[in-house]
Design a binder for this molecule. Structure first.
Ligand SMILES: [Zn+2]
Length: 264
């Protein structure tokens, strides 16, 4: 049996070595904009060049559990939904200021959604950097995980109780069912990709503009959208969370840019 490692930050190999090289099936590694491809992971049992979606349910069902270290908070909730559906444990590094670590127990306790329903995060570009010190915490508990779901915040730990109102425990499976997802459409004619969240993602464009300004070139602003240049791509960010990137037909490039520039 292997673990499913959901990656994206580029620390996948370090994590694998730190945990004494368990069998890993990897979904998504560091994404390289220069070649518009995921970095290879020859050390893994298998590596899927994609971001995690609900289509990976079968892979999770056959696994020992999920380990999650990526630029998407949304993906953390999807991973929890998948783990809960197949009664698997999950170790999840939670992006934010500061980063946290969460262990979802298959035995007892709740998920993160029990205490913190999903909320749209800021763009990954403005996050605090992930600290490799978190690998020490994980390595210390990896072989003997807590009995109950536990959250590590700094040096403190908190057991998480199950909340009966949490949608992830009411068999609604909002993420696993695909009800909540990013819908990606590659344009037939133009060299562009559009992403539309199926869930609410409201962006206050004036606040957003100030946040993203140090990282991009702002080309146009109006009450409905912002046009920005990042690397060689031209992107439109709409106030309802819709996103169009021009200069590519690669859906993973669009998803990478959505995580970095919009935040999900
Ligand atoms: Zn829950």
């Amino acid at each position: 049996m292997s673990w499913v490692l959901v990656g994206g930050l580029g620390y996948e190999r370090e994590l694998w070595e730190r945990l004494e090289k368990p069998s890993f099936k990897v979904v998504g590694t560091a994404y390289l904009l220069a070649t518009e491809s995921f970095s290879p992971a020859p050390w893994a049992e298998v590596a899927f060049a994609e971001y995690l979606t609900h289509n990976y349910a079968g892979l999770v069902a056959e696994s020992e559990g999920i380990l999650h270290l990526s630029q998407s908070l949304f993906s953390c909730y999807l991973a929890m939904d998948l783990a809960l559906a197949y009664h698997n444990p999950a170790w999840i590094f939670l992006p934010g200021k500061p980063w946290r670590l969460f262990f979802l127990s298959e035995k007892e306790g709740g998920c993160l959604g029990c205490v913190e329903p999903y909320h749209s995060p800021p763009p990954a570009l403005v996050w605090e950097r992930f600290s490799l010190d978190w690998f020490d915490t994980l390595a210390a508990h990896w072989k003997t995980p807590p009995h109950q779901s536990t959250l590590w915040e700094g040096k403190k730990t908190y057991p998480l109780e199950k909340n009966p109102h949490c949608p992830l425990h009411r068999k609604e499976q909002p993420y696993l069912s695909g009800k909540e997802q990013l819908v990606v459409a590659v344009s037939c004619g133009e060299n562009s990709v559009a992403i539309t969240p199926s869930f609410e993602k409201k962006i206050d464009l004036s606040v957003y503009q100030e946040m993203i300004r140090p990282f991009v070139r702002i080309r146009k602003t109006n009450p409905f959208f912002l046009e920005i240049e990042y690397e060689r791509f031209l992107c439109l960010v709409f106030r309802q969370g819709r996103f169009i990137v021009k200069g590519t037909k690669e859906k993973n490039t669009a998803l990478f840019l959505y995580r970095q520039l919009v935040g999900v």
